[in-house]
Design a protein around this ligand. Structure first.
Ligand code: ACO
Length: 318
């Protein structure tokens, strides 16, 4: 059996912060941000909104699209690096909010690659028959990790959640997943804060060497996409839709060009919500599913790269 995505759903918090809004606060400009990243706006969670709240909205929409209810769900895997508390896991909090009462519920932290990691884990459960209806969510409240006076990082990220439902199917679904990590690259993208003796220690804000991340991302994404194509005896020209991690339009364009894919076959949403880390791939996927671009039988390639460094891809027959 294969694990097939039978429903998708998303949630973006109500408050929108445009580049013009940020211009009012720090020394930056819409022109700089848009030309370097392709981002015009990001969403920011309300003070009382939590990571699992965002996940709940997205998961409910995905379940509705799949025609499933909480009673059907037997596995929840949540990708996040911004959980609201240390534990219980966001997956367990989400399970309670959805009213699901059976199966496993847990978190995966691979930062911006988190959704690919979570999807790969859930795929193994569904394809092996251990789960019949899995909910996989990428959810982040990244705005709380940002130093809003640091123009090098704060303009890049936003909050949001995206979810999919996975169910077994004999033919359609995930053809292969490919995950990688290189912990030697931990320093180029990190958030160092930790809790000890009841106190938060070190620097809890996100730190990034933007140029090093850019270089790493372009190389890693091309390599993992080629790996996914080779595994399935396919070429770039066989891909109907590339659904990339929505970090930066220049990274997305470079990857598409290396695969020989024209812009019309690349799903991009980064302009409207910035980099939402683990939520970005399911946010983009949902937009192309709901507006009818992605059709049954098509080949869809998902990819992402993030802190760790981690990176991954999944090739699907929709
Ligand atoms: N507004 C105005 N100026 C800025 C801003 C800003 N928001 N940020 C940086 N600058 C300035 C810098 O201070 C610097 O000025 P200086 O030369 O006077 O010192 C100048 O712009 C160039 O800075 P760089 O950091 O070299 O700019 P670069 O062209 O590399 O673009 C960027 C920075 C957009 C972060 C780029 O490196 C990038 O996209 N990197 C990838 C990072 C990424 O996508 N991270 C997401 C997380 S990881 C992931 O999801 C894959």
């Amino acid at each position: 059996m294969r694990a097939r995505i039978t429903g998708t759903g998303t949630y973006l918090p109500q408050q929108v912060l445009t580049n013009e809004d940020i211009e009012q606060r720090i020394d930056t400009s819409d022109a700089w941000i848009f030309s370097r990243t392709g981002i015009r706006a990001r969403h920011v969670a309300a003070k009382d909104e939590t990571t699992s709240d965002l996940a709940e909205h997205a998961a409910r929409k995905a379940l509705e699209a799949a025609g499933r209810s909480a009673d059907d769900v037997d596995l929840i895997v949540v990708a996040t690096c911004t959980p609201e508390i240390i534990f219980p896991a966001c997956g367990a909090l989400l399970q309670c909010k959805l009213g699901v009462t059976r199966g496993a519920a847990f978190d995966v932290n691979a930062v911006c690659s988190g959704f690919l990691y979570a999807l790969a884990v859930a795929d193994k459960f569904v394809a092996s028959g251990q789960a019949k209806c899995a909910v996989v969510v990428g959810t982040e409240v990244f705005s709380r990790l940002l130093d809003w006076s640091d123009r090098r990082t704060c303009v890049l990220f936003g909050d949001g959640a995206g979810a999919v439902v996975l169910e077994p199917h004999a033919e359609h679904g995930i053809l292969s997943t490919h995950l990688h990590a290189d912990g030697r690259q931990a320093d180029i993208l990190r958030a160092d804060g930790y809790v000890n003796d009841g106190q938060l220690h070190d620097h809890a804000f996100l730190h990034m060497d933007g140029r090093a991340v850019f270089r790493f991302a372009v190389t890693a994404l091309e390599s993992v996409c080629q790996e996914a194509l080779a595994t399935n005896n396919l070429h770039g020209s066989d891909i109907d839709w590339l659904v990339p991690h929505q970090a930066n339009i220049r990274i997305i364009t470079a990857t598409a060009q290396k695969l020989g894919l024209p812009p019309e076959r690349v799903v991009t949403t980064v302009e409207h919500h910035g980099n939402t880390s683990a939520a970005s791939v399911p946010l983009a996927l949902d937009s192309a599913v709901r507006d009818g671009r992605i059709q049954a039988g098509q080949h869809v390639l998902l990819e992402a790269v993030g802190g760790g460094m981690t990176w991954g891809a999944a090739l699907l027959r929709w």
